[in-house]
Design a protein around this ligand. Structure first.
Ligand SMILES: [Zn+2]
Length: 485
């Protein structure tokens, strides 16, 4: 039985103010109901005004997802009663969304897949209920309207995913795309990205089965787990001859199962009608081409750039472009720019340090890039020093750790503090080189016979003698000179 999975993704658009009023969108960690006004509180007699920045973010999103942008689109009232909704309706888009059919290529299982986008529309967020049930001092539910009116983009895909992994990989690509655009930070912990999935299984491979929706998944892991569970549940039910009921379910993380929330309401339950308080959004060609011109490089372009211009492998490029921590790709880009004087190899060198050492250290220390204080200028300084000084990797790793221990420490100071003095003078190195040549006659004759690699055992000899403190480039230079008749 073949599953078909579709996604509905809400992301918070990056704007300073809310969608229809001038209240700030900085709501994380602030006092409840401190970011509200008569408009977003839904007081009688107020009029909303559409935030142009939110419209532009959504158009850019539409362009990045290869959608058609509607010349004219309207807002609609979605009517429903719930205590987190101050107006008792949500301003959304229904029949005429701003962005229509599109497509996003995403990386999954080492290849590029394609998913069709059904639509992307603009809508406002609702408030948040805080259930204090069981609290010693409060036995009630509180409401915080700070989120009410925050601009959201809702992306709806076609049911183009066959596995939970494909759905999750699509989300990774979407997140990187929106971050590259600056359209949304997509921080799931802050509720800036929320995912609903719909899934059906079909016995005859041709038609779609009855779909079940699972709402409010707030991590990619939950998306995968909920889909796995639901696909199995539906397959077993169909195998028993039961009918799948169209309904909305929730993912219970603790029990690791989906549970019934409500039987599905239809669109007619919402009594949609055109929002009478807002004019239509009219977008002309000039506006679209202006926004198109300002689109930054998107993940697929960055994948190509990293591989073709910086010489990274596909896995390295993917690990940087799609990293969960958006700062990783930014750190890489800026570091390469700053340390670029060293030539083309710097991309590969920076990728190695970030992926193999820095991220490992940050994981051990429980830090993000932002919290670690590892800026691009410090990392570029470190790379320059290790490359120009030809430091051994052990010494370089020690330096990096020192710099992570003390976020104020620059690479040069860390090196000075380490007390290591690289031996680079002829006086210091020549006697050791002669000793190495005497002790390794086999390697010497192999090298002279044309086996370049044989020089490594001579270098290794000197490095052991100096406990890694010989200047590698200088050492190699002198060795070659000594071995050349
Ligand atoms: Zn407001």
């Amino acid at each position: 039985m073949k599953p078909a999975i579709g996604l509905e993704i809400h992301v918070q658009l990056n704007t300073k103010s809310k969608l229809f009023c001038s209240c700030s969108t900085e709501v994380f960690g602030v006092a409840p109901n401190s970011r509200t006004c008569p408009v977003c509180n839904g007081d009688p007699g107020v009029l909303p005004v559409t935030n142009k920045a939110a419209v532009e973010r959504l158009i850019q999103m539409g362009l990045a997802l290869n959608c058609t942008i509607a010349e004219r689109s309207i807002f609609a009232r979605k009517n429903y009663f719930y205590p987190d909704l101050p107006k008792n309706y949500q301003i959304s888009q229904y029949e005429e969304p701003l962005a229509g059919k599109g497509r996003l290529d995403y990386y999954s299982g080492g290849r590029v897949n394609q998913a069709r986008i059904h639509r992307v529309h603009l809508e406002e967020d609702a408030g948040k209920l805080l259930h204090a049930i069981g609290s010693q001092t409060l036995d009630c539910t509180l409401v915080d309207f700070n989120r009410a009116g925050i601009p959201l983009a809702e992306t709806v895909t076609e049911p183009d995913f066959l596995t939970s992994a494909q759905a999750s990989d699509f989300l990774v690509t979407l997140r990187a795309t929106l971050r590259a655009l600056g359209a949304s930070n997509c921080d799931m912990e802050k509720g800036e990205m929320r995912v609903d999935v719909n899934v059906s299984v079909s016995a005859d491979e041709k038609t779609l089965g009855t779909k079940v929706e699972i709402k409010n998944l707030n991590s990619f892991k939950s998306v995968r787990d909920a889909l796995e569970y639901e696909i199995t549940r539906q397959r077993e039910a169909v195998a028993r001859g039961e009918k799948i009921v169209q309904e909305t379910r929730l993912w219970d993380v603790k029990k690791a199962q989906t549970v019934l929330m409500r039987t599905k309401e239809g669109a007619s339950d919402y009594r949609y009608f055109a929002e009478p308080d807002l004019p239509a959004i009219c977008v002309d060609e000039a506006w679209i081409s202006e926004l198109k011109k300002n689109l930054p490089p998107l993940p697929t372009q960055k994948m190509e750039q990293y591989q073709n211009q910086l010489g990274l492998g596909p896995n390295e490029a993917q690990a940087l472009v799609f990293h969960e921590d958006a700062e990783v790709a930014r750190l890489f880009d800026e570091t390469v720019k700053l340390a670029g004087a060293n030539g083309n190899a710097v991309g590969k060198i920076a990728a190695n340090w970030i992926l193999n050492d820095l991220l490992g250290q940050l994981k051990t220390r429980g830090l993000t890039v932002a919290k670690s204080g590892m800026s691009a200028s410090r990392l570029a300084g470190f790379i320059k020093l290790t490359e120009e000084g030809g430091l051994t990797s052990r010494l370089a790793k020690d330096l990096l750790n020192k710099m992570l221990d003390d976020p104020a420490l620059e690479a040069a100071a860390a090196f000075k503090e380490s007390g290591v003095q690289l031996l680079s003078g002829d006086d210091a190195l020549l006697p050791l080189i002669k000793k190495a040549i005497q002790a390794n006659p086999k390697a010497v004759s192999e090298y002279k016979a044309g086996k370049e690699k044989a020089i490594q055992s001579l270098i290794g000899f000197v490095m052991r003698e100096t406990r890694g403190q010989a200047h590698p480039q200088k050492l190699q230079e002198l060795l070659k000179k000594e071995l050349t008749p």
